[in-house]
Write a protein of this length. Structure first.
Length: 95
């Protein structure tokens, strides 16, 4: 198991849509999305802004959380963002 900093994040795209992903290098990943080197989904919806993230000890935890967030409705994702924004972190860690 890989340990360290692993993140599940939600981006707000220029068209107002939301994108959820996971990474172990949050700032670099957001920059990559904005440079068109991220997911195909975000490439045509730039610029993107980081709306929310959680930090995990392992990539497996971050990936599980990504799947859980992707199953949420738009309304539930917006509530999640509103509840913690950029300072919410799992396991007592915050960003």
């Amino acid at each position: 198991m890989e340990s360290g900093h692993n993140y599940t994040y939600i981006l707000r795209c220029a068209d107002g849509s939301l994108y959820c992903g996971w990474t172990n290098r949050l700032e670099e990943r957001v920059r990559a999305h904005n440079e068109g080197k991220g997911a195909k989904y975000t490439k045509g919806r730039r610029p993107v802004t980081l709306a929310y993230f959680e930090e995990f000890a392992t990539k497996e935890e971050a990936m599980r959380r990504e799947c859980a967030i992707k199953r949420l409705s738009r309304k539930e994702k917006e509530a999640l963002i509103a509840s913690g924004g950029l300072i919410r972190g799992a396991g007592g860690k915050s960003g």
